[in-house]
Design a protein around this ligand. Sequence first.
Ligand code: C2O
Ligand code: CU
Ligand code: CU
Length: 571
Amino acid sequence: MRTKITLILLAFVGSLNAQNPLLIPGTISGTEFDLTLQNGTYQFWDGVNTTTMGVNGPILGPTLIMDKGDEVDITVNNQLSDTTTIHWHGMHVSAENDGGPHTVILPGETWNPTFEVMDKAGTYWYHPHLHMKTNLHVSMGIAGFIIVRDDEEAALDLPRTYGVDDFPLAVQTKDFDENNQIVGSSNSDDVVMVNATIDANLDVPAQVVRFRLLNGTSQRVLNFGLSGNAPFYQIGSDGGLLSNAIELTRLELPPGARAEILIDFSNMQGQNMQLMSYASEFPNGIYGATYPGTMTFMELIGYNPNPINGADFNLMQFTVVAPNGNPVTTIPDDLVTVTPIPEASADTIRTLEFTPEAMGPNQLNGLFLINGVSYDMDVINITVPLDNIEIWSISNQTAIAHPFHIHDVQFFVLDRNGVAPPLSEQGRKDDILVKPQETVRFITQFSDFANDPVPYMYHCHMLVHEDGGMMGQFEVVDNTIGIDENAGNSMDVSLYPNPVSGMQATLGFPGKNTYLLSYEIYNTSGGLVASKTIDKKINALDIDLKGMNQGIYFLKVYTKDAVYFKKLIRK
Ligand code: C2O
Ligand code: CU
Ligand code: CU
């Protein structure tokens, strides 16, 4: 405990030397990515062992470098003693490849998503997403970067040599107990680290350097800035590059969000600079401010006192060294063409409202609801037609700001309480802070993926809130395939056992007899492997699986009213 407090104070006071070289995660590039989730031991402080979880190592995970247009093949081998999932945050992939809470990887098992990289060049990340354990698994150390490259980005004069003039910076805050072990779910996150390095220093060349910032904290909003209020330039948001570099002295990033920035260290050789969070500038009502609720009497257990709440504190230090071989020396002005979706093109407007489970002074310690309900794995909250353009209007009727994140898509923010967002938020985003009493509207289109056996998620990216049920599910449905159908909510149909190792599985319609016309079973390449006409009202039916090899299949169920899709795993 004592060691810990001393170190926090050092970080907090700020001007003292940072001493630990920044950990720079290794990389895997190409189209095949082998990831092993493992338990480990890591020394956040010299000589002090802390139990951790990591990917291909004891902490964090390798940076995956992917090219847009490539077909990637990922294996995720779970060597943890716990079930988990791995989600590709920000990437546009089908729901079954997305690694949400339904796509569990049991201990000892391997998950093998394959998909085409459709995203623009940008900074994405991966992390566990098991319902009610996301915070634990992320806090224990599982998180990694994904860098997507494309031709548009390659044509710009930007720093892009990983570990030389292009660095990922995952900022996290954690709580450690008196035995220096990570406390999984805590509001007392007083230890600041970047890439798992406390008091980190990075030697940077005296030229323009690119940083890929990730707010990888469980709950804390960060207000990035440099010591002395030196300017920096934002070039990218969650889903890729902006249209122009923006000169800034502050950049607010909520949990889960990313930004790419450039800092010009030319002529600074021999000097130091601090990357900071200017949290003293936050109004109350943001996790990170002096008080987490809008009213100072609203307590959050464990939040106060914490020296970094409402204070300006150092994240890490840069020490400027000699420039390297082929330096970028100017900040480009124009970047890429960003084409926001016009508001008038929206097909559907949806409203989502955040409320506390219980109003009143103790609300911060309770659960938060979206449209009055908590997450239920068996309920699809929203069904979106394929290719629909939608405006989601999110209003926050709670006393604390929540970062709203949606899977599958990148969106464009239309406005905050009717006012256009700052330039910083005018690029592609998947994560946006909604402050108390604020309504944020965004527009997006749900393209390419539909009728998956599992839904996508939307949720608060404060992981404690997400685990507490501040999450919902949506499915994207293509009504144009098959017979004249309404694609039904796949949760209305059950399939048991699944995975199945025997010769049959049972298809059921929980709670109601249903007129079943027929079913078809397809393999993953779309070939029909079985079909049967039934034509009667039933509650359950045994499906014959003879002759089907091990693997993944899709069951398409035609009833009088709807068509359902179910994934079937044959072991
Ligand atoms: Cu970064 Cu649904 O998560
Ligand atoms: Cu996500
Ligand atoms: Cu929240």
